[in-house]
Design a protein around this ligand. Sequence first.
Ligand SMILES: Cc1cc2nc3c(=O)[nH]c(=O)nc-3n(C[C@H](O)[C@H](O)[C@H](O)COP(=O)(O)OP(=O)(O)OC[C@H]3O[C@@H](n4cnc5c(N)ncnc54)[C@H](O)[C@@H]3O)c2cc1C
Length: 421
Amino acid sequence: MPPEPHPNRPSQPMWRIAIAGGGVAGLSLGLALKHALGDAVETTVYDPALARDPSGDRRAFALAAGARRMLQALGVWDAIDAGAQPILDMIVTDSRLADPVRPVFLTFEGAVEPGEPFAHMVESGALTAALLGACRAAGVDLQPVGVRGFTSEREAVRVERADGASEEATLLVAADGARSRLREEAGIGWVGWSYPQSGIVATVAHERDHEGRAVEHFLPSGPFAILPLAPGGPLGHRSSIVWTERNDAAADLLALDKDAALAEVERRFGLQLGHIALETELRAYPLAFGIARRFGAERLMLLGDAAHVIHPIAGQGLNLGLKDAAALAESIVDAVRLGLDPGGADVLAAYERARRFDTVAMGMVTDGLNRLFSNDALPVRLLRDLGLGLVDRMPVLKRFFIREAAGLTGATPRLMQGEAL
Ligand SMILES: Cc1cc2nc3c(=O)[nH]c(=O)nc-3n(C[C@H](O)[C@H](O)[C@H](O)COP(=O)(O)OP(=O)(O)OC[C@H]3O[C@@H](n4cnc5c(N)ncnc54)[C@H](O)[C@@H]3O)c2cc1C
């Protein structure tokens, strides 16, 4: 298909990639394309949320080493490095809430390569603000408006904006989150289920240094994770908690006043980091597993949570979305450099090949872990504790798990290896 000529340089073909959704996945894709292709591609990100300042968003994510390498290759990491906390080691315990001691069944030292931690904790607002700054500098067109729908034709897709205007593009990428309107409009099926659990998150201030240690307490209602944040806050040190509870219990917890909520956090958090205080209020998210039956349709591709949603037990949802962005950018860039249509069926097939197996595998692993650990039956507890103890004695297996958590197993897109496209 002959692309439209560039208005100012008729000899230069110009492709137009439209991205609906300016979350971390959508912005990373837009930036990666501009970074590699410059003026050969026009990239527009549409999202009503672009009208808001993201920097107040205090939710924190565990970003795997592969994702950090990608952000470094895209020139974004330096802007967030000072506020990012490396995870230096991790311990796993398995006990009931009332147990007086929580025996440690598994320990990990967190380096994927010497001097390279397997993950960092970063705050969502800081990451989004850094991506937005880099997108502006690279010339990504940021439109603070939603996408209402689209019409695919053989050679282009018409993008219908929520303000009534419409624009033509070579490819439309749906990065519009778990309840993707565009995925639905494309008629792409969704296989999945809701968990009877919610993920409660908050930032906890504490007196003592966590020394970069992440702690995962497997409690009968689900995992309670304590993830280290960069120093700061009223008590000098801070951690993020991701706390899985049954839905009814989560609703009761959210209804508590501040002191009672703190007392419940304290029962799970423990006193090993000294006196604690809640720096943010508790917020709960419904938890679900789901994966799109296809990752695209004619001139439409799904990215991030629009393509898959997984349990946060391993902190991998956004990391999968960034891996999608790295893989899709690679397929598009390779096609453009070969003079091929970046919205064509070959690019979709390459993207689907690169991402499908990895996504299904991670979804199944997180689902299995949640079922195994959100369970108080004695035989199950004995078996899983035996399993954890065995893994703890096998350095090769531990190393494999660390590389898996770092997003560096299987087919790793070039950006996630830290290479430029
Ligand atoms: C409790 C909890 C803890 C988690 N912890 C981690 C973690 O530690 N590490 C990790 O990797 N992942 C984690 N995750 C998963 C992570 O939060 C998600 O995977 C990630 O935020 C999805 O990013 P996204 O860019 O795909 O979608 P979103 O962040 O959902 O972004 C979608 C964007 O699309 C926009 N949009 C919606 N509709 C339209 C439209 N019609 N047109 C234009 N724009 C539109 C929205 O405004 C939004 O900005 C966690 C999830 C939960 C629930």
